[in-house]
Design a protein around this ligand. Structure first.
Ligand code: AMP
Ligand code: MG
Length: 394
């Protein structure tokens, strides 16, 4: 059986970031930039005032000095190319270009204005209340790195540079397939013994949360139907994520159906709990196939540790394979794995303390719904109360 990290590496080795397209800023939020982006212009582009007040020479604007106010004010939005005469002040507004000759702006609250002159109450030092050209960004400077998430602030940064479109990796099309004769959709008539399909929405929304496009379908445990449906899905998808039917039960047909379709199984079974029967393969056309265990918690965990990194890489996000888990906090109780496989446990991190979340059985969705992280334990590992806990946030 494959180690978890090797399984993840083998998946990532087969995945390249998707084709690059350009999106208007207004549609790009939360995507990743597909390229480094450099500043086009200095920002600010010209020295300007950070206050409403008077542009002065600091050496002349000493406490108690009186300066005559230049007849023309300098508003924001129009550079009047004014020049400050000696012993004068030019009325100026926030964002307005600083007239030549001036080296400071004195706040209007710090002067007494009388007709065409001002008397200085609080002196200024050179440079005060002036935002210098290039003080924030210089033309040519790298302002975003490939893979950076386009947060509202980063979109604003691009807008401030006059950039209207940004390169991103196209969202992959992912089909999510729930398999099982026992499943009905929420809202459908349910016969005794049938259960509702929870993996469909679990996996579809997980794909969408990461930025992929997802559609959800359900297939019966019927190899003929599966073969027809999966043949089409492999043609129209970048990824197919199948939940259930990948284990060794008599009604688990996914593996043989995929093989009949020419899918090359890269690996099946990983040394991890939950999620041992995880399968990864690739169709000759490049479509990646992920076979997840049917139990919802197992499906969720294997999605997080194998499918999510693949989706992230496809979307241009950097994925660390060496430091997959991060420090989550300190254990608030003893956490034990007596098994011979590494184990991911559902947990809640609250102000740096980690508690387990409900029963850890792999059908139990309530505990999963309350968890905000998955704690990873090595085989036979015990974490004592107060010790560091590593895992992933969910
Ligand atoms: P399987 O991997 O197909 O053997 O399924 C393992 C367990 O997960 C069984 O108890 C299934 O009923 C359950 N299961 C499979 N698929 C789903 C699903 N989409 N939603 C909820 N439970 C499921
Ligand atoms: Mg099944």
């Amino acid at each position: 059986m494959l180690e978890e990290s090797e399984a993840r590496q083998r998946i990532l080795d087969r995945i390249e970031p998707g084709p690059v397209i350009w999106l208007p800023l207004g549609l790009a939020r939360d995507n990743r930039t597909a390229q480094d982006i450099r500043g086009i212009a200095d920002f600010p582009e010209f020295d300007n005032s950070s206050m409403d007040g008077y542009a002065v020479r600091a050496a002349e604007a000493t406490g108690g000095a009186t300066l005559s106010v230049f007849p023309e004010p300098q508003p924001a939005g129009l550079n009047r190319n004014l020049e400050l005469p000696p012993n004068s002040a030019i009325r100026i507004f926030t964002g307005a270009p600083v007239p030549s000759g001036a080296d400071a702006v004195i706040m209007q609250e710090d002067v007494d204005r009388k007709d065409d002159s001002i008397t200085i109450r609080e002196p200024v030092v050179p440079g005060e209340n002036i935002r210098r050209r290039g003080g924030d960004v210089c033309a040519g400077q790298k302002i975003l790195s490939e893979g950076d998430r386009l947060t509202p602030a980063r979109l604003a940064l691009l807008a401030s540079q006059g950039i209207e479109e940004v390169p991103i990796h196209m969202r992959p099309m992912v089909h999510v397939v729930s398999t099982g004769d026992e499943l009905v959709q929420p809202g459908e008539y349910r016969m005794p013994g049938q259960i509702y399909d929870s993996n469909g929405v679990l996996l579809k929304s997980s794909v969408e949360q990461l930025g992929g496009l997802a559609e959800q379908i359900h297939l019966e445990d019927n190899p003929e139907i599966m073969r027809h449906a999966l043949a089409i899905l492999c043609e129209v998808s970048d990824f197919v994520v199948i939940a259930g039917g990948v284990s060794v039960g008599e009604r688990d047909f996914v593996k043989e159906v995929l093989e009949a379709l020419g899918v090359e199984t890269d690996f099946w079974r990983v040394k991890i709990k939950p999620g041992k029967p995880f399968l990864f393969g690739q169709h000759p056309n490049g479509c990646c196939i992920f076979g997840l265990p049917g139990n919802p918690v197992s499906a969720f965990v294997t999605f997080q540790i194998f499918v999510a990194p693949a989706l992230k890489k496809r979307l241009g996000q950097s994925v660390s394979t060496t430091n997959f888990t991060k420090l989550l906090g300190l254990a608030d109780e003893e956490i034990v794995n007596r098994g011979d496989r590494p184990h991911y446990l559902r947990a809640i991190e609250d102000e740096g303390r980690i508690y387990l979340s409900g029963t850890q059985q792999s059908h139990a969705i309530f505990g999963l719904s309350k968890a905000n992280c998955l704690v990873r334990l090595e085989a036979d590992q015990t974490i004592k109360k107060g010790e560091q806990v590593f895992g992933i946030r969910i």
